[in-house]
Design a binder for this molecule. Structure first.
Ligand code: F6R
Length: 375
């Protein structure tokens, strides 16, 4: 049931505050007498002596994995690689010791992800114990094929997603990665208890901040959709933890509105893609105060100098940001580390409203299926 929403995708975008709440209740609910404020129900031997993490995924799950890598490396200081499952199968990394392999798939049925995990498990069989696969799945369907393939699963708590474009399952995957990275950091003592508490308290504020964003953005994104319904190319830029959100914003727009869009790390624009820019190519820039804010603003300035219309996803509404952006999609002030859960929301809405405006079948885009069970 669409519960009054025009499409399932819009309903599912609006369900995200609830998904974050459910994840907080489930994961940030420690068993007594453990050193970690997080409880994922995973055994200690999955974490012991961990030296490396390999994450295998496709599509939107691959974007969530990139944010997972950022969190795990920055918080828990474990070297982490993210691979497209379809590529990894035919060119895997060398077998390393004490490596955790994580498959991320919301459906639990993506053929490439299952095949890459199976390959990794098989080629490690019979090796010394430290080389054997430690396998973990992150899925919205623990009863799926993935659930049978791997011994341990973090269940994401999105509930059933009907729209083909992943929205709330992405947010649920992000929550699983916050929990995993913080759990690893707590056990390895790579961040102080104060910092952990601060991050967790910040996460607890996120549901109401998504609600506020949804409320303020619905009209703004609809207006922008009106103006951009016939645009042919879009560029999305971000840096650091928001680079994967630029990729995700571009993917959402491509798959449901059929408009060409690319996501780029803002600093890479000058190495080629800036040649694409002119007054017909709008640039959506994610600019969150923190380690890369000034850099993103100066990259946005470079785009503006090529006459691109600039749309800013930012909590800042004065100073340079107010001057440089033609349009603002404002979000609440939020710690950079937590910002992706908020910055993705206006991009989902923008893609949704552009596709709806174009009269397209938002929930069932052409050529796509909810689970991709062919390789
Ligand atoms: C994007 C989308 C796809 C999936 C991809 C992986 O909106 O839906 O890119 O993310 O096919 O699917 P799962 O997560 O089921 O493995």
């Amino acid at each position: 049931e669409k519960q009054g929403f025009k499409h399932f995708m819009l309903k599912e975008i609006h369900e995200q505050p609830g998904v974050v709440r459910a994840s907080l209740d489930a994961y940030f609910n420690p068993a007594e007498s453990t050193e970690s404020p997080i409880n994922l129900g995973l055994p200690a031997d999955l974490y012991n002596d961990l030296e490396q993490i390999q994450i295998l995924a496709c599509g939107t799950s691959w974007h969530a994995a990139l944010i997972g890598k950022y969190l795990i490396e920055q918080l828990a200081e474990i070297s982490t690689q993210v691979h497209y499952a379809s590529e990894y199968r035919y060119a895997p990394s060398p077998v390393t010791a004490n490596t955790l392999i994580i498959g991320v798939t919301q459906s639990g049925e993506t053929a490439d992800t299952l095949a890459a995990l199976t390959m990794e498990k098989e080629r490690r069989q019979g090796r010394e114990p430290k080389y054997q696969a430690r396998l973990l799945g992150i899925t919205n369907r623990p009863e799926s094929s993935l659930g049978h393939l791997v011994p341990h699963v973090i269940s994401t708590l999105a509930g059933i997603e009907i729209g083909v474009a992943a929205t709330k399952t992405f947010t649920a995957q992000l929550m699983a990665f916050y929990a995993l990275a913080l759990d690893l950091a707590a056990r390895r003592q790579t961040v102080s208890k104060d910092t952990l508490d601060k991050i967790i308290n910040g996460l607890r504020q996120i549901p109401k901040e998504i609600e506020a964003t949804l409320e303020s953005q619905e009209r703004l994104t609809e207006q922008l959709a009106h103006e951009f319904a016939e645009t042919q190319d879009f560029i999305f830029v971000g840096r650091g933890i928001n680079f994967p959100i630029a990729l995700e914003g571009a993917l959402k727009l491509k798959e449901i509105s059929y408009i060409h869009a690319e996501g780029y790390p803002a600093g890479e624009m000058k190495h080629g893609p800036i040649a694409l820019l002119d007054a017909k190519v709008p640039v959506v820039a994610i600019a969150i105060p923190g380690s890369v804010y000034e850099k993103v603003i100066s990259n946005a300035q470079e785009a503006k100098a090529r006459d691109s219309r600039l749309i800013g996803v930012t909590p800042v509404n004065d100073g340079e940001a107010a001057e440089i952006f033609n349009d603002l999609l404002p979000i609440s002030h939020v710690e950079e580390l937590l910002s992706p859960i908020l910055t993705v929301v206006p991009l989902q809405l923008l893609a949704y409203h552009i596709a709806a405006r174009r009269g397209l079948d938002v929930d069932q885009p052409r050529n796509l299926a909810k689970s991709v069970t062919v390789e």
